[in-house]
Design a protein around this ligand. Structure first.
Ligand SMILES: Cc1cc2nc3c(=O)[nH]c(=O)nc-3n(C[C@H](O)[C@H](O)[C@H](O)COP(=O)(O)O)c2cc1C
Length: 252
């Protein structure tokens, strides 16, 4: 069977663990051949965030290409591969891809994916975003890339950073059509409530019993407030809050 080739570019944004978990997941899949290229800045973040160096990355990939080797296989569209993920994707690499610079092997390989109309996913990590970042995201999206910022899916109730990373990598695998069991697909609010105790939260109000408990919550909140004005505030909350998530189950 011809292996399915996937290119992974690691650039120097924070979140090197995303690349490592992605490569580990791809390594566990039969029939996948990974081609990895790591920017100079990414070697710094790999070392700083994970204590990892070239030997560690090499152990996770079929082939690691020097980011300055612009003549490597993945620099050409004639090298058949089905998808590329840049994880994490720095704003510099995003900008270079958005403007077709191809100034190193990573950005050249991404350029190839776009010109060949192949799947390209950019795990763009920065916060907050300036107008250049936003415009570059818009530009790459217009060219066919998918921008996937590594933001937590709070509705999945992550307990650890690892939970957040696993969800993100699971969704990345979904986007490049690789089977995964790292992130369960959403099955609807009813099913989710069956497996999590949401207490007096939004789910119990809106799904289990409709509007009445939302009003009850609002009244309870109002009672906790000492001054008379609080009752008026709570009534307003009750009106606005039914189904709108005004009463959070967590102590904020
Ligand atoms: C520890 C560390 C964390 C960084 N985090 C980010 C980040 O989250 N996003 C970003 O765009 N740049 C980040 N940078 C800056 C980039 O590494 C820098 O802009 C670099 O030039 C990117 O080069 P590259 O795109 O070729 O990897 C970080 C740098 C360091 C050293």
């Amino acid at each position: 069977m011809t292996p399915r080739r996937i290119v992974v570019g690691i650039s120097g944004a924070s979140g090197a663990v995303l690349a490592v978990r992605l490569l580990q997941a791809l390594q566990s899949q039969p029939g996948i051949e990974t081609h990895v290229t790591v920017s100079d800045a990414a070697w710094l973040t790999l070392q700083h965030e994970l204590g990892m160096g070239p030997a560690d990355v090499t152990a996770l990939a079929h082939q690691v290409h020097d980011v300055n080797a612009v003549g490597a296989s993945i620099a050409s569209g004639s090298f058949r591969c089905s998808a590329m993920v840049v994880a994490p994707c720095s704003m510099r690499t995003l900008a270079a891809i958005a403007h077709g610079l191809g100034d190193n092997l990573l950005t050249r390989a991404a350029d190839v994916m776009l010109k060949e109309r192949r799947r390209l996913v950019l795990v763009a990590r920065e916060a907050p975003l300036n107008l250049a970042h936003l415009r570059n995201m818009s530009t790459v999206t217009e060219m066919g890339a998918i921008v996937y910022p590594p933001v937590p899916a709070f509705y999945q109730h992550p307990q650890t950073v690892e939970d957040v990373v696993r969800h993100c990598v699971g969704r990345l695998l979904d986007l490049i059509d690789v089977p995964q069991a790292m992130s369960q697909g959403w099955t609807g609010l009813h099913e989710a409530i069956g497996t999590h105790d949401l207490g007096a939260g939004i789910g119990s109000d809106t799904v289990r019993t409709g509007n009445a408990p939302a009003n009850a919550n609002a009244n309870a909140n109002a009672n906790a407030n000492a001054d008379a004005d609080a009752d008026a505030d709570a009534d307003a909350d009750a009106d606005a809050g039914a189904g709108a998530g005004a009463h959070h189950p967590l102590p904020l």
